[in-house]
Design a protein around this ligand. Structure first.
Ligand code: 7TS
Length: 417
């Protein structure tokens, strides 16, 4: 394994500076400094985002798209400006950015609108064995209602997609190939270009679950040529309650609405209604205004830090963590080697339940996640019920990885290995 130690040492100064943007990182847990390594679940928020929320509520809290008064105009401008900046962040047009509550809701919007309009018995939807439940269950629910066939690409023992039978799984019957860009358990970075090209060859639509990629690496929807792409604001320094469905303009225009109500209509008569233009057609009711504005501040912040830098830094941290942890007795790391992995490491420890690992680490102020991480099929594949997972973000340090490894060693001692 080649590790560039320069990346870690060179950027320690920048990380120290960035850490000061996150007030929560100054807190202690059980009397020791917090080591926050649960970033795949949700990330911490910088002052730029906290201030944006605070300013909205203190200075111009108002409903949007309706009032012709100063506050409403200011709120509308801030919300729509956020949409434009988020669009630019992934190289989309603002018309193609539908605000949802989170990635889960974004996938459900596609299932309930595009799916109901386009899927018929005999059709197939292809997903993978490494999906988060958010990209499994909506298709299972729809399958019951529509009667199409749901198939999946299996994973290899190494934790990558087994593409050896892709040509039998992806056929002209496949109407949609919906897959995760980066696995939230295995850390695998999937070969999106190859998968999209394979889907295009059979005329299938493509949905990318980018929940674990958009926050961590540059993602360009035009270059990818994805049809749909989803992510959550809270995993990228933004607030909870705001997520994004990117959809190609012509697809969104052809899709029926999701929920009915205010804002999503152009005209309502007692005899029927006409829908608003995209993206508003999919945004019924008062949206998460402060949260949308907050996500705008988050993408500004991430752009300033630099997505290439974030990716390099996290990749190096994960490689370092992998190398350290692989030496520990009883530790089994899930997923591929460090070269193919994003910034997270999920593992099991012989004879110790992941919840116990997490509880022991918490005593040292270290926050990791334990459980099935809403990806039970992966755990079933490896015949385990759960795993522990450390996941990194732009503010994590090499010293924090050292604390993690030391705490796991302590857990090994406690449990007598
Ligand atoms: N897809 C992936 C790949 C995810 O990692 C998650 C959340 C979701 C979808 C759903 O995101 P939400 O914001 O709609 O809930 N993953 C995790 C996790 O790994 N631990 O907590 C949440």
């Amino acid at each position: 394994m080649t590790l560039n130690p320069d990346i870690l040492s060179l950027d320690a100064e920048k990380v120290e500076k960035l850490r000061r943007d996150f007030p929560i990182l100054a807190r202690t847990v059980h009397g020791v400094p917090l080591v926050y390594l649960d970033n795949a679940a949700t990330t911490q928020k910088p002052l730029a985002v906290i201030d944006a929320l605070d300013r909205y509520y203190r200075e111009y809290n108002s409903n949007i798209h309706r009032g012709v008064h100063t506050l409403s105009e200011e709120a509308t401008d801030a919300y729509e400006s956020a949409r434009r900046r988020i669009a630019r962040f992934i190289n989309a047009s603002e018309k193609e950015i539908v605000f949802t509550r989170n990635a889960t809701e974004a996938i459900n919007v596609v299932a309930y609108t595009w799916g109901r309009a386009n899927l018929r018995p005999g059709d197939e939807v292809l997903i993978t064995e490494m999906e988060h439940h958010a990209n499994i269950v909506p298709w299972q629910i729809l399958q019951e209602q529509v009667g199409f066939t749901l198939r999946y690409v299996p994973i290899t023992e190494a934790g990558t997609l087994d593409l050896s039978n892709l040509d039998t799984l992806l056929t002209e019957k496949t109407k949609l190939f919906s897959f995760v860009h980066v696995s939230n358990v295995l850390g695998t970075v999937n070969p999106v270009d190859q998968l999209i090209a394979a889907a295009r060859a059979v005329g299938a639509c493509v949905l990318i679950d980018a929940s674990q990629s958009v926050p961590h690496m540059p993602v360009d929807v035009k270059a990818l040529d994805a049809d749909f792409l989803v992510f959550s604001g809270h995993k990228m320094c933004g607030p909870t309650g705001i997520g994004v469905l990117y959809g190609k303009r012509e697809l969104l225009e052809a899709m029926p609405p999701f929920m009915g109500g205010g804002d999503m209509i152009r005209e309502v008569k007692m005899s029927g209604s006409r829908w608003n233009t995209i993206p508003y057609k999919f945004e019924a009711g008062t949206p998460a205004i402060a949260e949308g504005i907050g996500l705008g501040a988050a993408v500004d912040y991430l752009s300033e830090v630099g997505l290439d830098w974030i990716w390099q830094q996290e990749h190096a941290l994960a490689a370092y963590a992998y190398a350290q942890m692989a030496q520990l007795e009883g530790v089994r790391i899930l997923g591929p080697g460090p070269e193919e992995r994003a910034g997270l490491v999920a593992f099991t420890l012989d004879g110790v339940h992941p919840h116990d690992i997490s509880a022991i680490l918490d005593q040292d102020g270290i926050a990791i996640r334990a459980g099935h991480h809403c990806a039970q099929p992966i755990h079933t594949h490896y015949d385990i019920a759960a795993s522990a997972r450390a996941s990194f973000y732009l503010y994590n340090t090499k010293e924090e990885v050292d604390k993690l490894t030391a705490a796991i060693e302590k857990a090994v001692d406690v449990f007598g290995f």
